[in-house]
Design a protein around this ligand. Structure first.
Ligand code: SPV
Ligand code: MG
Length: 431
């Protein structure tokens, strides 16, 4: 009897999967591997059911010889142990980032004469409807909100990108890349005060009010499923902050980050060039405590952002504050810096981790951008936020286009570098 293998990530078995199974059993006895959560999230949606539950789901299907766990996205664990004669998959993996998986599997099977079978991918109205329902569910507040904590547990580092609109949300949601045989996507989204304000042509001084900031979140929520981390600036007055916590939690936002500054907030990247005042520890702790007291679920996180390095108050001050904020109930610490080199941030992380192994550390490597995600992981960082790069890439492109249209009195000269009309009108999926 030949061994045939397929890998499932799915939360719902539909006719597409049954079709693969029906084809597979023609060749031999079928083993289905259920992909680990931490591997699935590298290229697919976050599974609604965890790996254990998905194993149970698949076990109930008739005609399946065995169900195993696949813990490596590239199939190496399965190929080493099972040595399948055939690997069967929908032909959707013949292009796009998933092709890297197919290429790798093909190479491994070739080592001993195994073969791939591609079956036409089923995408009819029924499957489309099931797909849309899962996506809708993932976007619901109670499912989305808790996913950040899950991601912190599952990922070596949670990769977060700034978004400030539906369209930037879609970029964060849909961009998947393959490089050197590795597949990656962003895990979460950051609603930056800098970029949200900039998109509205306003300075980053808390002048864009919370009602407007929540509108931005709503636009993003409507078209995405990934968790959202909200840049809450100083959190404002404590009496106001508690309302923000409640609203964000209800919307399905996973975390708010508030910075320990008081008075007129200026962007941290100004550092000491702009007058900025740091809050005192006691007052900031009372704000954290008030926020933690009003939240209604265990999912929501209040992350305390320390501005000591930005305001040149030194490492010791940053560490004292970090421990005090954790004691006050902060679910995470964000340490910020505007230095070109990562040294002070890394030193902070190392020293903090000597005492505290658990509390998630968040960093924003805008100025010290040579540091890699792997290096951050080595220093105990749990989340990296790419806080403004989408805005900063779009703006120069738009200015150049505006200038060139004025220069040439027509749009022909700029057309080559623009997205095609076909691409833009088909970019957004219609319901
Ligand atoms: C933001 O993105 O608005 C931030 C990060 O708060 S920074 O601009 O570096 O202060
Ligand atoms: Mg900000």
């Amino acid at each position: 009897m030949k061994k045939i293998y397929t890998c499932f990530v799915t939360d719902v078995i539909h006719e597409g999967h049954l079709n693969i199974i029906n084809e597979a059993v023609k060749y031999g006895e079928l083993t289905i591997g259920v992909l680990a959560d931490e591997e699935a999230i590298k290229f697919d949606r976050f599974p609604i059911l965890n790996q254990e539950k998905r194993v149970e789901l698949v076990k109930n299907i008739d005609g399946v010889f065995d169900v195993i766990k696949q813990n490596n996205l590239m199939y190496d664990d399965v190929i080493d142990e099972l040595h399948p004669d055939y690997v069967i998959h929908g032909d959707n993996w013949c292009q796009g980032p998933m092709k890297a998986i197919r290429d790798h599997v093909e190479k491994r099977l070739n080592e001993y004469g195994g073969k791939i079978i591609d079956v036409p991918y089923t995408y009819n109205d029924n499957v489309r409807r099931i797909d849309a329902r899962i996506k809708e569910k993932l976007g619901m507040p109670e499912y989305r909100r808790k996913r950040l904590k899950n991601l912190i547990r599952l990922c070596p580092i949670v990769k977060t990108i700034e978004v400030h609109s539906g369209i930037t949300g879609l970029i964060a949601e849909k961009t998947v890349v393959e490089k050197d045989g590795e597949i990656n996507q962003f895990d979460a989204m950051w609603i930056s005060s800098l970029c949200d304000s900039t998109a509205k042509g306003k300075p980053d001084i808390e002048v864009v009010d919370l009602t407007s900031r929540f509108r931005t979140i709503d636009d993003v929520l409507e078209v995405t499923t990934k968790p959202i981390i909200f840049d809450g600036d100083t959190g404002g007055q404590t009496a106001h902050f508690v309302y923000a916590v409640r609203t964000l939690e209800r919307m399905g936002v996973s975390a708010i980050i508030i910075e320990d500054k008081i008075g007129l907030k200026r962007n941290s990247l100004f550092g000491v060039e702009a007058k900025q005042e740091q809050d005192d520890i006691e007052h900031f702790c009372s704000k954290i405590k008030a926020g933690k007291k009003v939240q209604l679920t265990d999912d929501f996180m209040i992350i305390a952002r320390i501005e000591s390095l930005v305001l040149e108050k030194g490492l010791t001050d940053a560490l004292v504050r970090a421990h005090a904020y954790v004691d006050a109930g902060a679910d995470g610490i964000m340490i910020h810096s505007r230095k070109k080199e990562p040294n002070e941030v890394l030193e902070f992380c190392d020293k903090f981790r000597e005492v505290n192994k658990e509390t998630p550390i968040v960093v924003v490597p805008t100025s010290y951008n040579t540091i890699t995600e792997n290096e951050l992981v080595e220093h105990g960082v749990n989340m990296v936020i790419y806080a403004n790069q989408l805005t900063r890439s779009a703006f120069p492109a738009m200015v150049q286009t505006a200038k060139d249209i004025l220069k040439y009195h027509r749009a022909k000269e700029v057309d080559d570098r623009l997205m095609s009309i076909k691409d833009i009108i088909t970019l957004i999926d219609e319901i």
